[in-house]
Design a protein around this ligand. Structure first.
Ligand SMILES: Cc1cc2nc3c(=O)[nH]c(=O)nc-3n(C[C@H](O)[C@H](O)[C@H](O)COP(=O)(O)OP(=O)(O)OC[C@H]3O[C@@H](n4cnc5c(N)ncnc54)[C@H](O)[C@@H]3O)c2cc1C
Length: 312
């Protein structure tokens, strides 16, 4: 068995989700290597080389990899397979772009968002918006897996000595796509998938202006702000706040659902939260079925009371 972890990074350091992928790789066993793709990303490879349990780091630096274009990066991943039996990445937009293409190029198929490893060829993944789990056995020679970080405990600490970092080369620019530009939203709050506390608002919040109530509470708690799809569709919150089946999957220590009914598509994104607090004026709202604490009442009374209590 030989596992290759594809590392997400910002050219300075690996993203924390690398350590979750490392945990999944550790469950598979065998030799574990990491692959760092980018431009001027040697520093990332050097940091990664200190992670425990790694046998080697491969680093591919090329201007063509700078912006993570799938058409350039996926062939590189596919070329790496050789003796590799499993290619692993933390689930996310990069894994969604790279892995299916790389798998296809390697005449394999991707298994996405796994939450459990039963054997080297058998994996558990959610289906039906997280309402059921399926156990999938793959007969492919190389398994391409994205892992849902919320289902794994990250590997911590560093090895006493770093492993070897080897530069690799590849085709670089496929000529199929061109990077034009990007617009990145400036984040003033913790990123939702990494936040320890999230306060999410639903349609019950009533307007974009009313979302400021949640912002004030989030400021007090150092929390990220989320939203249901209904709140996003109504224009109360931007699209990247959306939590749920078609939004972000989150796993904070504390998730506060404010004016959110608890539709299964929303619950699909919050099931791994350690503690769920629901505030809803409807005592029969489905959110109360999974909430650890429920406050039945008007959010416009409860949130200011909470705010005042925190200020005391
Ligand atoms: C394919 C598909 C994918 C989807 N993906 C997602 C997804 O990723 N995320 C997601 O969230 N949804 C998703 N949805 C939509 C989902 O089905 C629900 O429509 C949505 O989650 C409802 O949002 P909500 O709970 O904010 O609104 P509502 O269902 O309208 O609930 C509003 C709640 O606010 C309460 N309320 C109203 N006023 C107050 C007040 N003053 N104080 C306290 N409580 C109050 C009400 O009692 C009610 O429970 C998806 C749907 C489909 C079909």
């Amino acid at each position: 068995m030989s596992v290759l972890i594809v590392v997400e990074h910002d050219n300075q350091a690996p993203r924390e989700n690398f350590r979750y992928a490392l945990a999944a790789a550790g469950q598979l066993g065998g030799q574990i290597e990491a692959l760092v793709i980018g431009e001027n990303c040697r520093a990332v490879a050097d940091i990664v080389s200190h992670a425990p349990g790694l046998a080697a780091v491969r680093v591919a630096e090329n201007i063509a990899y700078k912006n993570g274009l799938a058409e350039n990066c996926a062939p590189l991943i596919a070329e790496q397979v050789g003796e590799i039996t499993h290619v692993i990445m933390a689930a996310g937009s990069l894994a969604r772009m790279w892995l299916p293409r790389a798998a296809a190029l390697a005449d394999s198929q991707m298994i996405s968002e796994i939450i459990g490893i039963e054997a080297a060829d058998t994996f558990v993944r959610p289906i039906y918006a997280g309402n059921a789990f399926t156990t999938v056995q793959s007969l492919d020679a190389v398994k391409f897996l994205s892992i849902r970080t919320t289902a794994f405990e990250p590997v911590t600490g560093d090895a006493d000595t770093p492993c070897k970092v080897t530069a690799i080369t590849s085709g670089g620019d496929s000529g199929l796509t061109e990077f034009i530009g990007e617009r990145v939203s400036a984040l003033e709050r913790p990123e939702l998938t990494a936040a320890q506390i999230i306060i999410s608002g639903g349609r019950g919040v009533g307007s974009a202006d009313n979302f400021k109530l949640l912002e004030a509470l989030a400021d007090k708690l150092g929390a990220g702000i989320g939203a249901s799809r209904a709140a996003v569709d109504e224009g109360y919150a931007p699209n990247d706040f959306q939590v749920g089946q078609t939004g972000k999957i989150v796993a904070p220590d504390l998730y506060m659902a404010v004016g959110i009914s608890g539709a299964i598509q929303h619950l699909a994104g919050i099931r791994d939260s350690k503690c769920i607090v629901a505030i809803n004026k409807d005592a029969d709202a489905p959110i109360f079925e999974i909430a650890d604490y429920g406050l039945v009442g008007d959010l416009f009374e409860i949130i200011p009371q909470l705010q005042a209590a925190l200020e005391e």
